[in-house]
Design a protein around this ligand. Structure first.
Ligand code: NAD
Ligand code: DAU
Length: 332
């Protein structure tokens, strides 16, 4: 199979490419990645000989047409992915997440390639902290941020291209990922690298907001199940029953680093901050037989801490710039 992976130099995409090359020698991978601040070809170094990396924009119609024409299937990870950035400048989110997805869909329509669309649980908005409900495939869309609204829009484009043009597409909406190669702007890597530097973790507001954590390897295993056996036109929710408040995550990290449980700072909250996400992944589990392997969150965090301790040369170059941006918004 010839597989085009967009955003394959980003966090989840790079883990997907590493996993694919190591476990599926029959798959020939091409990565299309703009190499924005969030993309790093060094993440693909372990498989560099086996993968073609094309630096380019998913909104470049001529380039996308050529690459999709040479692929049997496309897995679309590329996106502007960080909520905080979408609040300071929404435009790249509109351009990449909406125009970029449109450009891919048109190429997929012309060439008849199989297409899998990677999306987020944030399209459903948020849940109350004390609400026992979880998101399902039929929860109405209600995104809160420029990031999540552009992801929601991209999902709707995919649904329309399936229904109107018969595009062979599936969609997955996953919860918060953690693991190696995640950019230091994101919550868990930011706190781990702060702790490595002897800096106190930074909690937005009270830290009561809940995220449903899943290891990136479990996410990518689910993507492969959907790519192979998912029903065309179907949306699958991916989640590993990993609900934790941000305060709980910070306390676990402090424990791993042998620091005092109150050794953190409260900083300015994110405007419009979603309270809680929670995924019901029953459909994926029953229909496609997927189950998470990383069910011990603390053990997964420990392994992630070890990865950041052992790969300082990978994350160090971005750290000061990210912290300067957070300082400007009162979040440092
Ligand atoms: P990331 O920011 O780490 O990586 C995004 C990648 O896309 C980068 O390599 C970047 O260079 C590339 N990119 C950005 N704009 C591009 C463009 N115009 N053309 C080509 N490449 C471009 O993101 P991530 O956390 O790995 O997320 C990947 C996907 O998974 C996104 O679609 C995101 O919405 C979705 N998702 C993420 C999470 C999570 O917890 N991180 C959870 C659910 C879904
Ligand atoms: O739910 C899936 C989504 O998860 C993905 O679609 C996004 O691409 C991904 O970035 C992530 O979005 P979040 O906004 O939930 O992730 P983030 O890592 O930015 O923040 C996680 C939580 O931690 C959130 O409640 C905000 C909070 N936070 C974040 C940072 C960076 C802090 O308390 N302190 C921080 O320093």
């Amino acid at each position: 199979m010839r597989l085009l992976v967009t955003g394959g130099a980003g966090f989840i995409g790079a883990n997907f490419v590493l996993h694919t090359v190591r476990s599926r020698p029959d798959v020939q991978v091409t990565v299309l990645d703009k190499l924005t601040y969030a993309g790093d070809v060094r993440s693909l170094a372990p498989v560099a000989d086996a993968v073609e990396v094309v630096q380019g924009d998913i909104a470049d119609a001529a380039l996308v047409d050529r690459l999709v024409g040479a692929a049997d299937a496309v897995v679309h990870f590329a996106a502007e992915s960080h909520n905080d950035n979408s609040l300071s400048d929404p435009w790249p989110f509109v351009q990449t997440n909406l125009v970029g997805t449109y450009t891919l869909l048109e190429a997929v329509r012309r060439h008849g390639a199989r297409y899998h669309h990677i999306s987020t649980d944030e399209v459903y908005g948020d849940l109350e902290l004390d609400d026992p409900a979880r998101f399902t495939e039929t929860t109405p869309y209600s995104p809160s941020s420029p990031y999540s609204s552009t992801k929601a829009g991209s999902d709707l484009l995919v649904r329309a291209w399936v229904r109107s043009f018969g595009v062979q597409a599936t969609i997955s909406n996953c919860s918060n990922n953690y693991g190696p190669y995640q950019h230091v702007e994101k919550f868990i890597p930011r706190q781990i690298t702060n702790l490595i530097d002897g800096v106190r973790p930074k909690l937005y507001g009270a830290g009561a907001n809940v995220r449903d954590w899943i290891h990136v390897e479990d996410h990518n295993a689910a993507v492969w199940r959907i790519l192979e056996d998912g029903r065309i036109g179907q949306t699958y929710l991916i989640g590993a029953d990993g609900e934790q408040s941000n305060l709980e995550v910070v306390r676990t990290l402090l424990e791993i680093f042998g620091r005092d449980a109150d050794d953190f700072d409260h900083v300015t909250d994110r405007p419009g901050h979603d309270l809680r996400y929670a995924i019901d992944s029953t459909l994926l589990r029953t229909e496609l037989g997927w189950a998470p392997r990383f069910t011990d969150f603390r053990a997964g965090l420990e392994a992630t801490v070890d990865w950041y301790r052992g790969n300082e040369d990978w994350w160090r170059p971005a750290k000061a710039t990210v912290e300067a941006a957070y300082a400007a918004t009162g979040q440092a």
